[in-house]
Design a protein around this ligand. Sequence first.
Ligand SMILES: CC(C)(COP(=O)(O)OP(=O)(O)OC[C@H]1O[C@@H](n2cnc3c(N)ncnc32)[C@H](O)[C@@H]1OP(=O)(O)O)[C@@H](O)C(=O)NCCC(=O)NCCS
Length: 190
Amino acid sequence: MKPILRDFPDHFESERLLIRGPRPGDGAELNAAVTESLAELKPWMPWAQKPPTLAESEENARRGYTRFFTREDLWLLLFLKESGSSTLVGGSGLHRINWDVPSFEIGYWVRTSYAGQGYITEAVAVITDFAFDVLGARRVFIKCDAKNERSAAVARRLGFPLEGTLHCDTRDHFGNLRDTLVFAKVRKEE
Ligand SMILES: CC(C)(COP(=O)(O)OP(=O)(O)OC[C@H]1O[C@@H](n2cnc3c(N)ncnc32)[C@H](O)[C@@H]1OP(=O)(O)O)[C@@H](O)C(=O)NCCC(=O)NCCS
C-alpha cells in the first residue's frame, strides 16, 4: 500500500500528555519551547544552533503537518494535558521510516523547564506502542551519540536492548568523529 493511503490517527494520549502531529498555528508555542531550550539542544541537535524566528517555527510546523499527511515523516509534539493541551513540553516522532519493514527511528527532545520529570520516557513508551500496535512496526530504534547520556538513559529506562555501538559512524555537527549507540525493539514474524 502506498504510504499516503495508510489511515491512522494523528493524535493519541499518555497519562499526562496529548501527543499529536504538528498543525498550522503551532509555530508560536514551538518557537517558545525551542528558544527556551536552545542551550541544552545545541550540543546534540543540528537544527537547534540559533534561535528560530517565529516565521521559521511556523514554517516548520506547516512542513511537519504536510509530511505527516503524506506519511513521509511522523513528527509528534507533546502537549501537557493539564494545560488544556496548550503547553508544549517537547518533541518526538517516528522518523527515517521504511514502510516496507515497517521500521521507525524515534527521536526526542524536552523543553528545558520540563526536563527531569519523566515526560520523554512517558511519551516514548506510548509512541513505541503506537508504532508496533497501530502502524504494524517490526523495528523501532533509537540512535544517539555515545556521549549523550541523558538520551541513552531514556532508551535504557524503557528496556530498549542495545544492539551495538557504531564506531566512528559519523561526524557530529561540530565536525568531531562520533560513536553512535543503536537501541532497538523488534517484533518478529511468527
Ligand atoms: C534526551 C532528553 C530528552 C532527556 O530528557 P529527560 O528530562 O532526562 O527525560 P525524561 O523526561 O524521560 O525524564 C527522566 C528524568 O525524570 C525522572 N523522572 C521523574 N518522574 C519520572 C517518571 N514518572 N518516569 C520516568 N522518569 C521520571 C527520572 O528519574 C529522570 O531523572 P534523572 O535523569 O535525574 O535520573 C533531554 O536531555 C534533551 O532534550 N536533550 C537534548 C536533545 C537530545 O539530546 N535528544 C536526543 C537526541 S538522540
